[in-house]
Design a protein around this ligand. Structure first.
Ligand code: NIG
Ligand code: FE
Length: 390
């Protein structure tokens, strides 16, 4: 294996306070980083960099860990432009729109679904995302859910079974039978391809008791829980996430003080998805309230054709800073280290010796520009597993 040093980094985000300026971002100015194989092996000041086989000059640009997007729905077909247009003319968003994508996804071939997934993963990679979770949830039959997960598992390690996205159209009159399917035959077919189990706990989808039954059935089969919680209304999702030690409660838009307290006193990460509030013209989640209470916050895209059709973490960072009370430092931490926490990973989301060499080089002197220069394609280079991929 050959080693490469990246020198002349104006400002390096490590997310390791012990390596840098003691803030959570562990910033190092005028830094260098050594990659050997797929890992980071050395971090420090440029002047102290060890000899290596190859040398790359970052040209005074900033380097950050690759984004860890811990929440997306990328195995789908079809388009919901009309629904988006209607919302932007004043119509509201509801869980029911999911069924439009279910019909299109069922009708698609494996090749079509895989081509879409590959396209969105590549789109995200170009924007700095080096780890991406993705879910099923637009099949809602045993075969269609298993196929979505099989396709996803061929392209990412972070795969989530979301058979409980909404009750399938075939079971509209008998939700209990659908929950039995999701926790029975469908779970059997999906377990081999997934690491996580998720449920949309919301009015119009699944209530707290159904969600508990679904997540515990998955947990009994070795899947780890995560949950769509408190997106459209107050509800039991966040408390359930904490009760089950879910890795993450996602959305967290409508929280009581008790919900915030529960998150702050748990290992469950609050994953905020501002693309969804942007695209449904909804109230922003209050990141400041969660951070001030001591909760761990992750930022992700929720990329899906209905509520948030963006694969851009930089866009989400800009929204979180402008409208959700986060500082640029907090937002960049949440989109990297926070996403890693939400996936219970320690090998991504940070640039420290031993971690994967997953990083983004920004056409800017510091990570703050991700919020300061919204909408500008600042990600000029992406390295994944030690290889320059963009
Ligand atoms: O995370 N909330 C549930 N699921 C997705 C939306 C899916 C859709 O509208 O197609 C979400 O926002
Ligand atoms: Fe989602």
């Amino acid at each position: 294996m050959s080693s490469t040093v990246i020198t002349n980094i104006a400002s390096l985000v490590t997310n390791d306070p012990s390596l840098g300026d003691t803030t959570p971002l562990g910033l190092i100015q005028d830094a260098a980083l050594v990659v050997d194989g797929d890992r980071v092996v050395w971090i420090g000041e440029s002047s102290k960099a060890p000899a290596t086989d190859n040398r790359v000059d970052a040209g005074g640009r900033a380097v950050i860990p690759g984004f860890v997007d811990s929440h997306s729905h990328l195995v789908f077909a079809g388009d919901r432009t009309e629904e988006f247009n209607a919302r932007m003319s004043g119509r509201g968003y509801s869980a029911g729109g999911i069924r439009t994508t279910v019909a299109a996804t069922r009708a698609a071939t494996d090749v079509e679904l895989e081509a879409g997934l590959v396209r969105y993963l590549a789109e995200a990679l170009r924007q700095g995302t080096t780890t991406m979770e993705t879910k099923s949830g637009y099949g809602l039959t045993v075969e269609d859910e298993a196929r979505a997960l099989r396709i996803a598992a061929a392209h990412t390690d972070e795969v989530t079974y979301l058979g409980a996205h909404v009750v399938s159209p075939e079971h509209a009159d008998d939700p209990a039978a659908y929950v039995a399917l999701v926790t029975g035959e469908m779970l059997d077919a999906c377990t081999p391809y997934a690491r996580w189990i998720d449920v949309f706990c919301e009015k119009g989808a699944f209530d707290g008791d159904q969600a508990r039954a679904i997540l515990t059935a998955g947990r009994d089969r070795g899947l780890h829980p995560r949950i769509h919680a408190n997106q459209l209304s107050y509800g039991p999702g966040v408390q359930l996430a904490v009760e089950l030690d879910a890795a993450s409660a996602d959305h967290c838009t409508h929280l009581t003080d008790a919900d915030v307290d529960a998150l702050a006193n748990s290992r469950t990460v609050a994953t905020l998805l501002p693309g969804a509030e942007f695209s449904t013209r909804a109230q922003w989640p209050d990141a400041r309230r969660l951070l001030d209470a001591g909760a761990t916050v992750a930022l992700s895209t929720d990329c899906n054709p209905g509520s948030s059709f963006t694969s851009s973490v930089p866009f989400c960072i800009a929204l979180a800073v402008r409208d959700m009370g986060m500082t640029p430092d907090e937002a960049v931490w949440s989109a990297t280290a926070g996403g890693a926490r939400a996936l219970r990973r320690t090998d991504v989301g940070r640039l420290t010796p031993g971690a994967y060499a997953d990083l983004a080089v920004l056409d800017a002197p510091s990570h703050v520009h991700l919020a300061y220069r919204p909408g500008v394609p600042l990600v000029s280079e992406v390295w994944r597993r030690g290889v320059r991929v963009h």
